[in-house]
Design a protein around this ligand. Structure first.
Ligand code: BGC
Length: 253
């Protein structure tokens, strides 16, 4: 399905509950086919996950550069942390591992960084200058920080402490659901967390993404920022990871 120098690149998003992929037109940020999703295997070790990733590429008859998100610290394709994934990933060169099964070159990127790249290029971050912080609320809390559109990768703000405990253990969407917390109550906790980030980074804009972003009307009215900067929902919702990973794979290919 791929011609040389094509602007159609496969993006795959590895999440705690599902692994989804779709070909992306990296000029427009649009998915060119309906996304294909397979449940995340358990345990989600390198072999099991790679098997699913290969099935997704096969589904689209795709061979070529591929962008893949991963919910951990990723440096030069190597996985350096494993908060919400199988510990056997630590120190694995994921880009080499996936490449062996996919054929084409593979770019692996932190999931929130990929979502941020998609939002800055095609979504709510377009034309926004200064410091922009995107937070994704899902199984964990992911973060991406940009200054004038340039990403500082692997920021891991989900592990900042709220009252002595990792923020993602108090305020991820998984915890909100598990504790049956109302959006109002959850927004109170998140507003405190945003205030902490404002103290540290003085952003111009917060973008809220991840699984929760499709319910923006339920929580945006309750979220407050300390210095009254805008807090907006990320536009690309659950496709952001796929689009950002594909975009980065194109830049690097
Ligand atoms: C991980 C991050 C990831 C975030 C969202 C955190 O537990 O440490 O790397 O971006 O979850 O998936």
């Amino acid at each position: 399905m791929r011609t040389p120098n094509s602007n159609i690149i496969l993006g795959i998003d590895i999440g705690g509950t599902g692994i989804k992929g779709a070909p992306v037109n990296v000029k427009t940020g649009a998915l060119t086919e309906e996304r294909f999703r397979i449940e995340t295997p358990h345990p989600a070790d390198p072999h099991a996950v790679t098997n699913v990733v290969a099935q997704i590429a096969k589904h689209f008859h795709y061979k070529g550069p591929t962008g893949i998100t991963f919910p951990a610290i990723v440096k030069n394709g190597i996985i350096h942390s494993a908060s919400n994934v199988d510990k056997s990933w630590i120190n694995v060169d994921a880009s080499k591992f996936f490449h062996r099964h996919l054929g084409g070159p593979v770019t692996v990127v932190n999931d929130a960084d990929a979502a941020g790249i998609a939002e800055m290029r095609f979504g709510s971050g377009v034309g926004r200058h200064g410091v922009v912080i995107l937070l994704t609320f899902g199984t964990g809390i992911g973060s991406a920080i940009f200054c004038d559109g340039v990403l500082l990768p692997n920021t891991e703000f989900g592990h900042l402490k709220i009252r002595g405990k990792d923020a993602e253990l108090r305020a991820s969407e998984r915890i909100r659901e598990k504790k049956n917390m109302s959006f109002k109550k959850w927004s109170g906790i998140v507003s405190g967390y945003l205030a902490e980030l404002e103290n540290l980074f003085s952003p111009e804009l917060f973008l809220i993404g991840g699984g929760i972003s499709k319910k923006a009307d339920k929580f945006l009215p309750y979220l407050t920022a300390k210095t009254k900067i805008p807090i907006e929902a990320a536009k690309m919702q659950n496709d952001a990871g796929i689009i950002g990973a594909a975009t980065l794979a194109k830049i690097r290919s």
